[in-house]
Design a protein around this ligand. Structure first.
Ligand code: NDP
Length: 243
């Protein structure tokens, strides 16, 4: 029987922003498909079940097309619906261009852009058939403005923005929306590796003078999921960094 509650699938939801998105959507009444390459933290499952929602963890790498298929298939097998997909899985491999290997460029594009394509394509096909759905892609302000040492990451995130706008145009007639979020600096494992001097230099560029919290990106994702008249947009969540 079709699940009464809405269902969201979130890639890379074992940690960081993805995890915060999972908890935020659970609190908003969604059942969830979670994903990551490693095993999931049992505390996250307990937290979601304590909120009163159901969740299934699909372990796998989004660069693998079978993982994308499995994420979407699990939603339909378990819940008979998929309302929202959040393409959140992402990595960095920072180096100045002169020192960047082709392998490091490709690895980042593979996870961030191809991973987003893989899951989007499978989910979008199903959403077109059900004539509803919403895809939310994690881009970055770096994809809009570039950054020294992040040519691979910037290219992957700029690609996500182009993908987002195209999917929005293709899906609109069948009520399938697609938007992106461009976070600035958010306090997660991804930014915890920055050296203190780098952190200070970045803070000086953020008018709100702090890194954002994962929950502040998660609430933007929930807005994009719920608002039915927003599509093809890039919502910046950066403390004013790019004003
Ligand atoms: P984290 O490094 O904290 O978490 C990344 C998550 O993605 C983990 O759950 C990880 O789980 C998963 N993941 C990584 N690679 C894969 C893969 N190939 N397949 C499936 N899951 C994968 O990152 P953040 O939470 O900081 O970032 C989340 C998203 O937000 C990313 O797309 C990032 O680019 C974007 N973003 C982050 C910003 C920030 O300042 N933190 C700023 C702008 C954008 P596991 O290791 O188990 O695979």
């Amino acid at each position: 029987m079709k699940n009464e509650a809405k269902v969201v699938a979130i890639t890379g939801s074992s940690r960081g922003i993805g995890r915060a998105i999972a908890v935020t959507f659970a609190k908003a009444g969604y059942d969830l498909i979670l994903n990551g390459r490693q095993t999931v933290d049992p505390e996250l499952i307990t937290e979601i079940e304590t909120i009163g929602r159901q969740c299934v963890f699909v372990q796998g790498d989004v660069t693998d097309e079978t993982t994308a298929t499995q994420i979407v298939a699990t939603a339909f097998e378990r819940f008979e619906r998929l309302d929202v997909v959040v393409n959140n899985a992402g990595i960095t491999k920072d180096k100045l261009l002169m020192a960047m290997s082709a392998a490091d460029f490709k690895a980042v594009v593979d996870v961030n852009l191809m991973g987003t394509f893989n899951v989007t394509q499978v989910a979008f096909t199903k959403m077109l058939r059900q004539r509803s759905g919403c895809i939310i892609n994690l881009a970055s302000v770096i994809g809009q403005h570039g950054n020294a040492g992040q040519a691979n990451y910037a290219a992957s995130k700029a690609g996500i923005i182009g993908l987002t706008k195209s999917v929005a145009k293709e899906g609109a007639k069948r009520h399938v929306r697609c938007n992106a979020i461009a976070p600035g600096m958010i306090a997660t494992d991804m930014t915890a590796v920055l050296k203190p001097a780098m952190t200070d230099a970045i803070l000086a560029q953020i008018p709100l003078n702090r890194f954002g919290e994962p929950e502040e990106v998660a609430s933007a994702a929930l807005f994009l999921a719920e608002n039915q008249y927003v599509t093809g947009q890039v919502l910046t969540v950066d403390g004013g960094m790019t004003i």
